[in-house]
Design a protein around this ligand. Structure first.
Ligand code: CA
Length: 305
């Protein structure tokens, strides 16, 4: 065999191997991923909400809702009586500021602004302004787990910044993905039983996110929670999640919505035995579990109309 023939034969073998591999990849098994679980809801209670409040942050502590509102000239921090919607304490931002997310950190409340790169720290008891802090870019949502010294901050992208609670400086970032797809427009946040819940701006969905990996563990579909009749404004979208960890109550609302809803999560599309008599509508049932693979409740548990 001449040298040329050897080279030609080697080339043919390489070509055949490449074709065989290509054929295998077309017909062989592809890596697959189970669909991300989707949860729906059952309304446990409805409470009045100030329909002029452009909700940008929502939190719960010791029997009261705390709310941060936006829009220039209408931005505020509020302490709200859940049952009546009464604002029992309020501090307004300067009219040139657009308020955003809030969260508790110890006995303080932090509040972001949208484009001003300025954050505020208040005494949680009397709303006295204690100090300011700064950050780069946009400020959207805030949350903390209440135990570690970390604070989660969204900025409208698919990234969640992790801040040191003591210095309010950035430690690292999570990129939020559902499978391989980055999920951006992450807005108001809440830490719920080991997960970060995030409103996705201009959608009826809340992403349940792993605070370790940024992976979306599940979706909460809140379509139909508020009748479109009450959405008076194009900006009146779902935004605002608060969690009462003591009684395991989950609250959601929206910008300019007339209602705060306490909801219980349902596992969509999975049947389960009906709840025992007397359980329906009680506020202290399990709302969420730390493992999203565990069904929470089924549609079958919805009370009949
Ligand atoms: Ca929140």
């Amino acid at each position: 065999m001449t040298r040329f023939s050897k080279i030609r034969r080697a080339c043919l073998i390489i070509l055949q191997l490449a074709l065989a591999r290509s054929s295998l990849s077309e017909t062989g098994p592809r890596p697959s991923r189970s669909p991300t679980p989707v949860y729906t809801f059952h309304i446990v209670h409805s409470f009045p909400h100030d329909s002029s409040a452009f909700t940008q942050g929502l939190a719960w502590r010791d029997g009261f809702l705390y709310e941060g509102t936006g829009l220039k000239g209408a931005s505020s921090l509020r302490k709200v009586r859940l049952e009546t919607g009464e604002v029992v304490r309020r501090s307004d931002l300067a009219p040139d500021l657009f308020g955003e997310g809030i969260t508790f950190y110890g006995n303080e409340i932090l509040q972001l602004t949208w484009l001003s790169e300025r954050g505020f720290v208040y005494d949680a008891e009397d709303f006295r302004l204690l100090r300011q802090f700064s950050y780069r870019g946009e400020g959207w949502g805030l949350a903390t787990d209440g135990r570690s010294s970390e604070i989660f901050m969204s900025d409208g992208t698919a990234e969640i910044r992790v801040l040191d609670g003591g210095t309010l400086t950035e430690k690292r970032r999570l990129t939020v993905r559902d499978g391989a797809k980055a999920i951006d427009q992450l807005n108001e946040l809440e830490y719920v039983e080991g997960e970060i819940f995030a409103n996705v701006w201009q959608s009826d969905r809340i992403a349940r996110i792993s605070p370790k990996t940024g992976q979306v563990l599940g979706w909460i579909d809140l379509t139909g929670l508020l009748s479109p009749l009450y959405r008076r404004d194009g900006g009146a979208v779902l935004n605002g999640i608060a969690y009462d960890p003591v009684h395991k109550r989950l609250f959601v609302t929206g910008k300019l919505w007339p209602t705060v809803f306490e909801i219980r999560l349902l596992s969509a599309g999975r049947s389960q035995k009906p709840a025992k008599a007397g359980q329906r509508g009680e506020p202290h049932q399990v709302l969420v579990r730390s493992s999203v693979s565990t069904p929470v409740e089924s549609r079958a548990d919805r009370p009949p109309k």
